[in-house]
Design a protein around this ligand. Structure first.
Ligand code: KG4
Ligand code: ZN
Length: 335
């Protein structure tokens, strides 16, 4: 079965094809227009999706040699996300489903991120722990079975990716800042500056205190001159990166211990972070089994929606054509 996935929840126009649980290929059209605003402008994102969605699909079909008629089902992100962008993808997908007379299924974006782990070459047996960290969400999940993710904890304020992005703004780096911090940090020494580690009970996360501490630190260094700040940027990037990832690891390790489970996957945009991936990999020496999606499938993409759609359609789950997209969609209420 070949499933087309369509992702338009934020500022990436993503289309992907999955055949029998395997990636065929995917195309992500990036929207550079937001960089100069330092964040995603929803109205501009909607217009960009309208412009880019058909060319993205056309490119994908040309690349793969698969025709529209060969597609067996259409999966679309229903939410959570920005409502305008979601509506573009949703209407486009439903239009295709009607025109091609193929089954249609809505997908929770968060479920899409979770099942992106199945694109990893490493296969983990259920149950396993999943840390989902993106620009909008940070969640620790106990993943019992395909349709049984149990949320153990989530962020009480900023998401991990948001913490990267806000720290990047303070360092004068372009949006989205996560990949820029990742790169800059490779030339820095994280130990040069100490930052507080959030102390949150249970499996929840919090990044607001760390964000404030980092702002004070950067302001303090700026007062010593702009040259000084410029010279310190790699060390500052390394320090904030380590603090953000340490907090994620604290909770992962706590779950590994409490549930006696040494199988851990990381997904979402922050799972593309090279330091995070290295730290996870190192845990294999302690007997952990770990997995992460290939880099391009960590950030928003249509392939993960195709994977989720394939899983749903294969299990006989479809959606009515009048089920609308919605900006808020909790994982535990709708997959
Ligand atoms: O999953 P995603 O594409 O979108 C959401 O669903 O939010 O995640 C985007 C987030 C952004 O905050 C971006 O800065 C972060 O993932 N990100 C990274 C890296 N690549 C993307 N953060 C740290 N290091 C990276 N290499
Ligand atoms: Zn996402």
């Amino acid at each position: 079965m070949i499933v087309l996935g369509i992702e338009t929840s934020c500022d990436e126009t993503g289309v992907g094809l999955v055949q029998d649980g395997r990636l065929v290929d995917h195309v992500v059209a990036k929207q550079d227009i937001h960089a100069k605003y330092g964040g995603v402008v929803p109205e501009l994102a909607s217009r960009q999706h309208i412009k880019k969605i058909y060319p993205a699909l056309d490119t994908l079909l040309n690349k793969t040699g698969i025709s529209l008629e060969e597609i067996d089902g259409i999966a679309v992100t229903r939410g959570p996300g920005l409502i305008g962008p979601l509506m573009v993808g949703s209407l486009f997908g439903r239009g295709l489903a009607v025109a091609l007379q193929k089954p249609f299924v809505n997908v929770n974006h968060l479920f899409g991120h979770i099942v992106s782990v199945f694109f990893s070459e490493k296969k983990l047996e259920f149950p396993f722990i999943v840390l989902l960290a993106s620009g909008g969400h940070t969640m620790l999940i106990l993943y019992w079975d395909i349709f049984k993710p149990q949320v153990l904890g989530e962020t009480l304020d900023d998401a991990a990716g948001e913490a990267f992005d806000k720290a990047a703004v303070l360092l004068g780096l372009p949006y989205p800042g996560g990949p820029h911090i990742d790169k800059l940090a490779q030339q820095g020494a994280s130990a040069k500056y100490s930052l507080p580690r959030p102390q949150i009970p249970g499996f929840d996360f919090s990044y607001s205190g760390l964000k404030t501490a980092f702002r004070y630190l950067v302001e303090d260094i700026s007062r010593q001159g702009l040259d000084k700040l410029e010279a310190e940027k790699p060390h500052l990037a390394a320090a904030i990166q380590k603090a953000i990832i340490d907090h994620l690891f604290d909770k992962i390790e706590k779950a590994v211990e409490e549930y006696g489970l040494k199988r851990v996957a990381i997904v979402g945009g922050v799972a593309a972070n090279s330091y995070f991936r290295k730290r996870l990999q190192e845990k294999e020496a302690e007997g952990w089994e770990t997995a992460a999606p290939p880099l391009p499938l960590c950030v928003d993409n249509g392939a993960m929606i195709a994977m989720a759609g394939w899983l749903k359609l294969k299990n006989g789950i479809t959606s009515p054509l009048d089920e609308p997209p919605t900006p808020r969609l909790p994982l535990n209420e709708y997959l």
